[in-house]
Write a protein that binds this ligand. Sequence first.
Ligand code: C2O
Ligand code: CU
Length: 464
Amino acid sequence: MPFYRVKMHAIAAKLHRDLPPTHLWSYGGSVPGVMFETLSGQGMLVEWANELPANHFLPIDHSLHGAGRELPEARSVVHLHGGKTPPEHDGYPEDWYSPGQSRIYHYPNQQDAALLWYHDHAMGINRLNIYAGLLGLHVIRDPQEQSLQLPKGPYEVPLVLFDRHLRPDGELSYPVSSDPDHPWISEVLGEVPLVNGKIFPYLEVEPRKYRFRVLNGANGRLYRLFFPEDVEVHQIGTDQGLLAAPVPIKKLLLSPAERADLIVDFSSHRGRRLVLADDAFELMEFRVGANPVVDPSAMPAALRAVQQIPESSAVNKRWLTLDDMNQGMSAAAPMAMMLNKTPWHMPITEKAVLGTTEIWELANLTDDVHPIHLHLVRFQILDRRPFSVSEYQRTGTLRYVRPVEPPDSNESGWKDTVRVNPQTVTRIIVPFEGYTGRYVWHCHNLEHEDNEMMRPYEVIAAVT
Ligand code: C2O
Ligand code: CU
């Protein structure tokens, strides 16, 4: 089995030609970190070595749960997002370790071809560690995907998106509240967009099809991606691999931690410069070659069979609320967000039996979008339905205010992260497969996750 050793360490990297180098924390020397690539079923061992400096360079909020002053500042633990990983190798938030220590994790990779990603998961500071640069990609391939003649080699390009605040000297800055004892703020939207760790980079492309593997690796930003010019884009895959069939895309909504597998056809744009944009800013430029090329790649009409899980197969249904909690006395005091009004440290309330399927009804009582992620499993989105939150909070009764909406067509495959819209019930259907043990589920807005919007859950063995 292949064995890799990856160092977490401080680096300085140029984010833009005109900026001095920026201090970052990296897995293996770059941000994003080293990229893994493997075949489905081909396991690997990774030694994650914490060689970070002793002190954090971003503002820790010691008032958050699990972030006390007595703890080592540069603690870290790695989670493979989307990985079907045994619990002791999954990067439980409290399994962090200090500089000078390392852990060897086993990734079986026994799952369909997909773009996974790994990132820090240390309790109470994970938003800062990821913001510092602790994230990277992990690609799994399989024979089904390889049979499709999709663009590959130089024509398959990962695009890791995140945004940051930068100081004029090029250093990272992480925003804080006005209360020095509680620097945490509920949302970080940077004004500088980066693609693969660069500010407005360009890519020279040939006039042909490309496959872009897009990750929203931002702390809190929802991206709405589009080409201002008329470029043909199809989405062929989502978090957990290929869709059943390509879906034409005009604007791609991607919340934190979601991935999209795209085929972009540049063949009718010879000699042009095309910008990839978001509603908030321009992200990067594609410079399309002038000379025609032969494109042997395909955009198949069918990608793989995605069996819809029947609702009748679920043995359990859970009603789980997403809540805002006002912790403080004054309106200016920080808020915490919670899952089912239950803080992290309370006993486990969600226990699913291995080999069974459950429906989770995620009822968002807040005015924010929360991207909800479950470790270990993949799931399908059943539907979304807006409801009256005020009535629910007053009387406890559920009154839907609009008709039920099916998932968007580009969400109709296997997912591991779901956008839960404000004042909406989002239902997912989840087969619990793989391993028994303790995992977590949480909001992937990292500021929310670090302030109580995360809960343990457990997969338990079936009683025979
Ligand atoms: Cu991206 Cu708990 O994970
Ligand atoms: Cu959230």
